[in-house]
Design a protein around this ligand. Structure first.
Ligand code: 2BA
Ligand code: 2BA
Length: 105
């Protein structure tokens, strides 16, 4: 078994959640916060058999959209000027790890 961690932009989390369910995947959602934008994202934990990992990732990829956003740079140096910087958000950041044991008791 593998555990797929997927950090998904808050705006895409409903669509990802529905698509995982529709495709028969079990998942757990954790409310999370990115340290850079300090805005909410959702971390999906999905534990699946090894051969289903690519299928989970395909579902998440299909429902997560990359886009550009302007955010305050935090470099106003106390002068009241905080220049916005463009960052790419959306898409999903995915980690896959081995699971030693999987039980439902
Ligand atoms: P945030 O930390 O809020 O980051 C949002 C976006 O800001 C990032 O999008 C990236 O484009 C930019 N960014 C973040 N940290 C940066 C840095 N140190 N320098 C320059 N630009 C930076 P994504 O890369 O798509 O990441 C989206 C979210 O996924 C992140 O939200 C964070 O919660 C998570 N994440 C991304 N990479 C990670 C990693 N290596 N480990 C753990 N969490 C990660
Ligand atoms: P359980 O299978 O006992 O799962 C209880 C909770 O444990 C789930 O809550 C989910 O948060 C987590 N979980 C279970 N298996 C997981 C896995 N492989 N990876 C990550 N997290 C996992 P819910 O999602 O609210 O599901 C509640 C109950 O609804 C489940 O109880 C199961 O009986 C049913 N269920 C959930 N997803 C299903 C699906 N795709 N197909 C059929 N039944 C589903």
């Amino acid at each position: 078994m593998k555990l797929v961690f997927a950090i998904v932009n808050g705006d895409d989390s409903q669509a990802v959640s529905k698509a995982l369910l529709k495709n028969g995947f079990f998942a757990t959602k954790l409310a999370s916060t990115g340290s850079f934008l300090s805005s909410g994202n959702t971390t999906f934990l999905t534990c699946v058999e090894d051969h289903r990992v690519d299928a989970v990732i395909d579902v998440i990829r299909e429902k997560s959209h990359k886009r550009k956003e302007f955010v305050p740079s935090g470099t106003g140096m106390g002068m009241g000027m905080d220049f916005p910087v463009e960052v790419e958000v959306g898409g999903a950041t995915i980690f896959v790890t081995d699971v030693e044991r999987f039980d439902k008791v």
